[in-house]
Design a protein around this ligand. Structure first.
Ligand SMILES: O=P(O)(O)OP(=O)(O)OP(=O)(O)OC[C@H]1O[C@@H](n2cnc3c(O)ncnc32)[C@H](O)[C@@H]1O
Ligand SMILES: [Mg+2]
Length: 172
């Protein structure tokens, strides 16, 4: 079975491989697809759309059985700007599952930069004095002292996606 992943970001790719890689019959392929939404999604609606677009495009490009898209964004709730993460799993017949990941408030100094139109990736590098935070621990790793990193957070999302698919398959 071929699983097509709609990104080359190593934190995301590892999350999919860690969740599904125990199954020896699974082959992975990654595709640097467009999310079709802004580089910095600013709502759950937009972030979900990005995750679904990535999953659909990767599945089409890879001609596999399963497409997976993972997308990071932010969402204002209770006047707090939350770091958010969404995932989508798409099957060949178009069946689509979605799931969200953990969310935590972003500090005000990060929010100011995002409202000025900057992307979280470079803002986090500057803040943490590191390179490519988005491909390793992620903002979630920085702001949780490494207890939850971007890969473990997305692993949970992938488990939620695959679990829903299996539930539907068992109940058809
Ligand atoms: O290569 P892709 O798959 O696009 O991976 P990405 O790191 O750009 O991730 P997203 O497009 O899903 O995220 C949208 C924006 O938010 C940034 N971002 C999201 N989550 C992040 C995190 O945990 N740490 C750092 N940057 C993050 C990211 O760099 C983008 O600027
Ligand atoms: Mg991106």
């Amino acid at each position: 079975m071929k699983v097509c992943i709609g990104t080359n970001n190593q934190a995301k790719v590892k999350a999919v491989q860690n969740s599904l890689g125990k199954d020896k019959n699974i082959e992975f392929a990654t595709f640097n697809v467009s999310s079709g939404v802004s580089d910095q999604p600013f709502s759950d609606e937009e972030t979900i759309k990005g995750a679904i677009n990535r999953a659909m495009t990767a599945l089409q490009e890879g001609k596999g059985e399963i497409g997976i898209g993972l997308e990071g964004g932010v969402q204002r709730t209770n006047n707090i700007l939350f770091l958010t993460n969404w995932g989508a799993l798409v099957l060949k017949d178009g069946t689509t599952f979605i799931a969200s990941g953990a969310r935590i408030p972003l500090p005000n100094e990060i929010e100011i930069e995002l409202l000025a139109g900057r992307e979280l990736g470079p803002v986090m590098d500057e803040y943490a004095h590191k390179e490519n935070v988005r491909s390793y621990e992620g903002a979630i790793g920085i702001f949780t002292s490494g207890r939850i990193n971007r890969t473990s957070m997305f692993e949970h999302v992938v488990e939620l996606l695959v679990g829903q698919m299996k539930f539907q398959q068992h109940n058809e």
